[in-house]
Design a protein around this ligand. Structure first.
Ligand code: NAD
Ligand code: ZN
Length: 350
């Protein structure tokens, strides 16, 4: 089969590799019908994620059709259309039992941080993929949900929802600021209304992304880095500060921006993956009663989010802006990595 293979920092190829085989009775083999590229894939290609070894097939988002199941897979069948969660999870270990799929301890000789596809196991940017613990790592698709909508449920939508909206503890009527209107920030914006956010302020340096944010439910937008950005946010709260600030960039300065606009008693939900340490002034935060949360996506809300996508309550399909065939994979990477010029949100390969 053909797959997008990591060749070390800065190197990738669309190459011929052996097709995956069932290794354990709980596995399934899925033909990937639609996949996409995530900012994390770009981090891997820069060499920022040393755990990823040369030869690894990249990608952790995908929708496909089951072509083979292991002997103990009962609830799925050949021919089922499925969403592939970005992490595999066994459902039975101590961490999975409390919903912490991101730290699944499932065997195969590895434990600790869950195995994200395209990191410690081969990923979804391929014609076929082996899915461990298929019964919990795959979600059957109802008719009426397109591949383009469904592929946003592998990672982006559960990340924005679980780590931004749920961890941020949004309540009805809250004023919410989302710093970073990339796909993950837009997913947080699109799901903040589920808990009744009243005002949703998108903050980004990129005006195109701020325009896009309006289509996902942002009520206001503020250009990050403008001299009066903070005043613009505070003015929307009568000077009090926002109830919840969601950081969806992953830079020290954007984490500080979140702290700067949250009101006393509010919460900062950090979603961004930080490559560098951030300044955390607990000596100032404690007296303001500010709650800070962070975490790796668990994808345990994917079935619930899938229902809402099927009911057209979350505009998942709007995240897909550019389309490619599998044999144009390298072009897809090029378009995605120049998002500021190409105006790409998610590039879809099918
Ligand atoms: P992205 O790079 O597409 O989007 C980031 C956005 O931030 C862009 O629109 C960019 O213009 C904006 N930005 C950059 N500098 C800014 C600044 N100074 N002020 C305001 N906005 C600024 O990334 P994405 O795919 O949307 O992901 C966002 C973050 O979420 C990344 O750090 C990613 O690694 C992380 N992530 C976390 C998890 C998790 O489990 N916690 C899962 C997936 C992704
Ligand atoms: Zn587990």
């Amino acid at each position: 089969m053909k797959a997008l293979v990591y060749g070390g920092p800065g190197k990738k190829s669309w190459a011929e590799v052996p097709s995956p085989q069932i290794l354990h009775p709980t596995d399934a083999i899925v033909r990937v019908d639609t996949t996409t590229i995530c900012g994390t894939d770009l981090h891997i290609l820069k060499g920022d994620v040393p755990a990823v070894q040369v030869g690894r097939i990249l990608g952790h988002e995908g929708v496909g059709t089951i072509i083979e199941v292991g002997s103990s897979v009962d609830s799925l069948s050949v021919g089922d259309r499925v969403i592939i969660s970005c992490i595999k999870s066994c459902a039975h270990c101590a961490n999975c039992k409390v919903g912490l799929y991101s730290h699944c301890l499932g065997d195969e000789g590895r434990s600790g941080i869950g195995w994200v596809f395209g990191h410690l196991i081969d990923g979804t940017q391929a014609e076929f993929v082996r899915v461990p613990y298929a019964e919990n790592s795959l979600h059957k698709l109802p008719p009426g949900v397109s591949d383009e909508e469904a592929v946003m449920l592998s990672d982006i939508l559960p990340t924005g929802f679980e780590i931004g909206v749920v961890n941020g503890r949004i309540k009805p009527g809250d004023v919410v600021a989302v710093i970073g209107a990339g796909p993950v920030g837009l997913a947080a914006i699109a799901t903040a209304g589920l808990y009744g956010a009243g005002t949703i302020i998108a903050i980004d340096t990129d005006r195109n992304r701020l325009d896009q944010a309006r289509h996902f439910g942002a009520t206001h937008s503020v250009v990050s880095g403008s001299p009066d950005w903070k005043r613009s946010v505070l003015d929307l709260t009568d000077g009090a500060g926002v109830d919840v600030a969601i950081e969806a960039v992953g830079l020290p300065e954007t984490f500080t921006m979140a702290i700067d606009v949250v009101r006393p008693g509010g919460s900062v939900a950090n979603v961004g993956v930080h490559g560098k340490p951030v300044e955390l002034h607990l000596e100032e935060l404690w007296i303001q009663n500010i709650t800070i949360s962070t975490g790796l996506v668990n994808t345990n809300t994917t079935p619930m989010l899938l229902k809402l996508v099927a009911q057209r309550k979350i505009p998942a399909g709007k995240l897909a802006t550019h389309r490619f065939r599998f044999d144009q994979f390298l072009d897809a990477y090029d378009t995605f990595s120049r998002a500021a010029e190409t105006k790409a949100l998610k590039v879809v390969i099918s």
